[in-house]
Design a protein. Structure first.
Length: 252
């Protein structure tokens, strides 16, 4: 679907601006990635990179005189409100991932030295997961109303928010695992050849191993730590683009 990019339609040229067309292309790419049958850490990191590119392009579009002349103060405030909530998602994610990584470092150290309170560190790690879940849910709840208003007023910015929120929902789902995976009675089924009902990723694999500390492998902890680092880097880069984007909005 092409971007209409109309708020006051009589203020816009009949022909779509090339920058708006570029944003539309990026949005289509992100929408296509949403429909992927499964998520992996690499696919989520790629979507984070694509989101960074999208917000860099939105930033350029905001600098166009035609955009600045068209936006009303109310619409500017809506876009600002949406952008700060997206930044909240980034900050919540970074804080939660940082806590998890800190706990994993301690777990890795205990496994390597073969001494220390492994159970206590696992509890800290799981507590950080619980904190992140609650924080995500709180921000998601506050986003619902704002996104609807943005879509009604200025489609392109509302759609950008929507695909960004969708990415964080995918991240949350990736970290949490399918609901069916929450039943530890399914562990044996998951770890067997019949894995179709429940996909095991870096997070869920370590979760499963936590149920029996003796089965916890240092290699899997290291893989999860590396996965978290990649996610942190992607979110940090997106945050920087969002901050530039907000500065451009404030300068209108």
């Amino acid at each position: 679907m092409a971007l209409s990019f109309h708020v006051r339609s009589n203020s816009f040229p009949s022909r779509q601006h090339p920058q708006a067309a570029h944003v539309d292309e990026q949005l289509n790419r992100l929408r296509s990635s949403e429909t992927a049958s499964s998520s992996s850490s690499s696919s989520i990191c790629q979507r984070l990179s694509n989101l960074q590119d999208l917000h860099d392009s939105l930033d350029k579009m905001l600098r166009l005189s035609i955009t600045q002349q068209t936006l009303s103060q109310e619409q500017i405030e809506m876009i600002l409100d949406g952008s700060i909530k997206i930044l909240d998602l980034c900050n919540v994610s970074k804080d939660g991932l940082s806590q998890m990584k800190e706990s994993l470092k301690e777990i890795e150290s205990i496994l390597r030295r073969k001494r220390g309170d492994l159970s206590a560190e696992i509890k800290k790690y799981l507590a950080s997961r619980k904190f992140l879940k609650k924080s995500f849910q709180k921000v998601f709840k506050s986003l619902t109303t704002g996104l609807n208003k943005n879509k009604e007023s200025l489609a392109v910015f509302g759609e950008a928010e929507a695909v960004t929120v969708s990415l964080f929902e995918s991240l949350f789902s990736f970290m949490s695992g399918p609901k069916a995976c929450g039943k530890w009675s399914l562990v044996s089924k998951m770890m067997s050849q019949n894995k179709a009902a429940c996909e095991v990723n870096e997070f869920t694999r370590v979760d499963l191993e936590f149920q029996s500390e003796k089965s916890l492998k240092i290699e899997d902890v290291q893989n999860l730590d590396s996965c978290i680092q990649d996610l942190e880097d992607g979110i940090e880069s997106l945050s920087k683009s969002l901050i530039k984007y907000r500065v451009s909005i404030l300068n209108i």
